[in-house]
Design a protein around this ligand. Structure first.
Ligand code: UD1
Length: 367
């Protein structure tokens, strides 16, 4: 959708994953596009596949930088994999615990999602603190508290956190002080093959959590309540091979909608899940876009052609089913192109407004 014409002076230059995008503005973005599979669903599932005795087949997988970082980690611990367009075959039968150094972990926040599966599978995980986008402090204390409660020891040795479980992890009551997507995923992964029952209170409800639970249940896990704040898991001895289709990426969907709206275009997005976006889609209508959703919610149509768009009022982010923090910058960029004042409040990450000075460079008035 974005045209890279490197022979023209770029209106915006950015660096992502070591590459650069040159964006020449002034084009209306219109078209028909199938949305990719969700990064935030793929990453925990690929990490959890370490616990499966045999081959995992994942379909609808996106070709993104985080996937390549994750495949490097899998490779280092002896997981064999084959990647074809949109499909990943991985086989963890020879997985072993090797230190996951900062070289492997600092490209992606989700590297911490390897902790529980590797510990559950091998009883040992040495892992560097995760890297990832700098949207806030992003501590990992909840993840470490979960595995401690389930019987592991944790030693923070400067460059590596060394975690050990002499015997099988055991079930526990986990009560999160704050809703955390990643820590809920860690608790689910640690619990599925632990002995006894684990109860997670204050769990995150994101669709990606439901995706992880569906995948693990397909492998023979016993997880109930995923998608609510209270999840109960009965540990099983082993997980069996399966195949699973990654759910649509809701943030990529919002990205395309915002790009079409900001340039006053018209777009059909196929393979989407509009139900996962019900806190966000009304803001496009509030801006004055025409929006419609197909009967099963898989196709979203947005038309902003020749429309004078306006303020969307106030956006306040919160955990699912609230307005996703990852969608906030996209809507802010859209509102920089409309008449009137919109207000944004982000209660999840303290550093989520890093786009403000960049938009201001392009003339947006943001206070
Ligand atoms: C996930 C998503 C990310 C999204 C975020 C919030 C993935 C790979 N990433 O990130 O795109 O922006 O959810 O929806 O799924 N916290 C702690 N201690 C911890 C863990 C988290 O204090 O151990 C705090 C965080 O600082 C933050 C809040 O909990 O304020 C929520 O973070 P969390 O849901 O864990 O974010 P991620 O799972 O890292």
């Amino acid at each position: 959708m974005i045209l890279a014409k490197q022979n023209h002076p770029p209106t915006v230059g950015g660096s992502v994953g070591g590459g650069k995008y040159f964006v020449n503005g002034g084009n209306i973005l219109s078209g028909d596009i199938a949305v990719q599979g969700s990064k935030n669903c793929l990453t925990p599932i690929l990490a959890a596949s370490i616990m499966v005795s045999g081959e995992t087949v994942l379909t609808n997988t996106p070709d993104i930088g985080d996937l390549f970082s994750e495949l490097l980690i899998l490779n280092s611990i002896g997981v064999s994999y084959k990647k074809m367009s949109g499909v990943i075959f991985s086989d963890a039968k020879n997985a072993e615990s090797v230190p996951l150094t900062s070289e492997l972990c600092d490209k992606m926040r989700s590297s911490i999602l390897f902790l529980a599966p590797l510990l559950a599978r091998t009883g040992k995980c040495d892992i560097a603190k995760p890297g990832g986008c700098k949207i806030g402090d992003r501590p990992i204390d909840f993840h470490l508290d979960v595995i401690r409660k389930m019987g592991a020891t944790v030693k923070d040795e400067y460059d590596l956190i060394k975690c050990r479980a002499d015997k099988r992890l055991h079930g526990a009551i986990i009560q999160f002080p704050k809703i955390s997507v990643g820590a809920t995923e860690t608790a689910i992964c640690a619990a599925v093959t632990a002995s006894g029952t684990t109860k997670i209170l204050g769990a995150a409800c994101e669709p990606e959590i439901m995706g992880l639970a569906k995948f693990l249940n397909k492998c023979g896990a016993k997880i109930r309540g995923a998608g609510t704040n209270y999840i109960v898991i009965e540990g099983v001895k082993e997980l069996n091979p399966t195949n699973f289709e990654i759910i649509p990426d809701r943030i990529a969907t919002v990205t395309y909608l915002a790009a079409a709206a900001a340039t006053r275009g018209e777009i059909y997005i196929r393979n989407a899940d509009s139900n996962a976006l019900y806190a966000i889609l009304p803001f496009f209508e509030a801006a004055g876009c025409h929006l419609s959703v197909s009967e099963k919610g898989r196709t979203i149509y947005l038309n902003a052609k020749n429309r004078a768009l306006k303020s969307i009022g106030q956006v306040t982010t919160s955990p699912y089913p609230g307005f996703a923090t990852d969608a906030q910058p996209l809507l802010m960029a859209l509102t920089a192109s409309v008449n009137g004042t919109s207000i944004f409040e982000d209660g999840i990450f303290e550093n989520r407004f890093m786009l403000v000075p960049e938009l201001a460079k392009m003339g947006a008035k943001i206070y």
